[in-house]
Design a binder for this molecule. Structure first.
Ligand code: NI
Length: 178
């Protein structure tokens, strides 16, 4: 096994505390649910493709939204989990200073400069998010979200045949929500 339960537990606690009372958009459910799903997808990929730093992948999965969505910053992540994890999480964080329509391409560009473990997290994140969309999303927004998923797949699929296949299937199935 290339990841440890101790590392998972420590990181999960940190993420649960950081996201605190945040809810997952469009639901009454705690945000940590999303992080549980993303890390679960990463663990499934690690079981199929074990040649990786599993702790790095799992830690970045659990922390991937802390810089973007909470008061936790890069230096906090670095102090708790080291530079590789902090750099990974930062790459997975959108740059709010850029126009919205450039933020994904910019993040994908930065993820591609990171180890493949970070690519896995982004693939797992979108696999998880291609579930039933929030009720207030209109058709145009859903179509755009599906197109953005294809952009993520195109940029990162080579990191993991397993997650690549899963993401493609989710992209196709998402059309049912239009
Ligand atoms: Ni996410």
């Amino acid at each position: 096994m290339n990841w440890s339960q101790e590392s998972y537990t420590k990181t999960y606690r940190f993420a649960a505390k950081a996201h605190d009372e945040q809810l997952f958009p469009g639901t009454e459910l705690p945000y940590i649910m999303h992080l549980s799903f993303v890390s679960m997808e990463v663990l499934a990929a690690l079981a199929h493709e074990p040649e990786r730093d599993g702790d790095l992948a799992v830690q970045c999965a659990l922390l991937h939204d802390v810089i973007e969505d909470t008061a936790v910053g890069y230096e906090d992540v670095k102090a708790g989990f080291g530079t590789a994890v902090a750099d990974g999480v930062l790459a997975l964080t959108k740059n709010p200073d850029l126009p919205k329509d450039q933020q994904m391409a910019d993040s994908l560009h930065r993820i591609r400069q990171q180890p493949s473990e970070i690519w896995l997290v982004k693939l797992a994140d979108r696999i998880t998010n291609l579930a039933e969309p929030p009720h207030y999303w209109d058709r145009e927004k859903k179509v755009r979200y599906q197109a953005e998923a294809r952009q993520i797949h195109a940029a990162l699929h080579e990191a993991s045949p397993y997650l690549s296949q899963r993401l493609l299937a989710k992209i196709e199935a998402y059309a049912a929500y239009f």
